[in-house]
Design a protein around this ligand. Structure first.
Ligand code: ADP
Ligand code: MG
Length: 255
């Protein structure tokens, strides 16, 4: 079982879209997937066909050790993967965790119990470098960083790279950046092409081959409670995510 965080401290960069569509893409090619929503907004939960308002148990209960993942995760049949959901309760976890021991290792410990049940665990992180994100980073073998090829994209990356280095040095020596995923890409925009070239020059093979285009079907899918890959498999964006899923399957063979 390999565990990946989808992280970028910026909001609206495509983390949740990447998490649910990669999960659906992996499920589609026969992988057993658990999606963990670590964002109190619960968008990845809703976008996986699970109603966050009706969750009996959530990732909050897992972090506070009042439930196991086996108890709290639900298989979402529509999307083909399991969901450890989140809702507003999770916003309180941040404060409640502060007083507890091993507060950054809670998710890691809980995941050990399901290591035989899944091939991939994908963790959707909130747009901050908080205790929740830290729980994700301490659990993971790698970080997938979705990014838009815009002027300030590289600047924003510095903080994330430094945080990952610190976590690697002090808390989780397995952790590495698996790769940068170019999302919402529009090749007609010269600047995006230039930033994309820059990324490849600086980060070489840390830039995934798959590129996710800007595609309205991916943006529409969440309102139907589905990842684009399930909502409209023929859309360009959905096809790109299935390609990305295959690339991830190849990548983990080298880990
Ligand atoms: P984050 O989780 O980083 O805040 P989201 O995944 O929620 O970002 O994406 C932000 C917005 O951009 C959402 O409205 C989403 O539907 C839209 N979006 C994400 N990826 C794409 C894409 N490839 N094409 C078009 N819209 C996208
Ligand atoms: Mg999100």
């Amino acid at each position: 079982m390999k565990i990946f965080c989808v992280a970028n401290q910026k909001g609206g960069v495509g983390k949740t879209t990447t998490t649910v569509n990669l999960a659906a893409g992996l499920a589609k090619i026969g992988q057993r997937v658990l999606m963990v929503d670590l964002d109190p907004q619960g968008n990845a939960t809703m976008g996986s066909g699970v109603d966050k308002r009706k969750l009996e148990l959530s990732v909050y209960d897992v972090l506070l050790e009042s439930a196991s993942i086996k108890e709290a995760a639900v298989k979402s049949e529509k999307v083909g993967y399991s969901v450890l959901g989140a809702n507003r309760d999770l916003a309180g976890a941040e404060v409640e965790l502060v007083a507890l021991e091993h507060r950054d290792q809670r998710l890691r410990t809980a995941l050990q119990e399901v290591s035989g049940d899944y091939d991939f665990v994908l963790i959707d992180c909130p747009p901050s470098l908080s205790m929740l994100t830290l729980n994700g980073l301490c659990s993971a073998h790698g970080v997938i960083v979705p990014m838009q090829c815009e002027y300030f994209a590289l600047e924003g990356l510095t903080d994330l790279v430094n945080t990952i280095k610190q976590v690697h040095a002090n808390l989780n020596k397995d952790l590495q950046i698996i790769g940068l995923l170019r999302v919402m890409f529009d090749p007609r925009i010269t600047l995006q092409q230039q930033v994309s070239d820059q990324l490849k020059a600086h980060f070489a093979d840390k830039v995934f081959n798959a590129v996710i285009p800007r595609n309205v079907r991916l943006a529409e899918a969440p309102s139907y409670g589905l990842p684009g890959v399930v909502f409209d498999p023929s859309a360009k964006g959905s096809q790109a995510f299935v390609e990305f899923a295959s690339e991830m399957v190849e990548r983990i063979k080298k880990m």
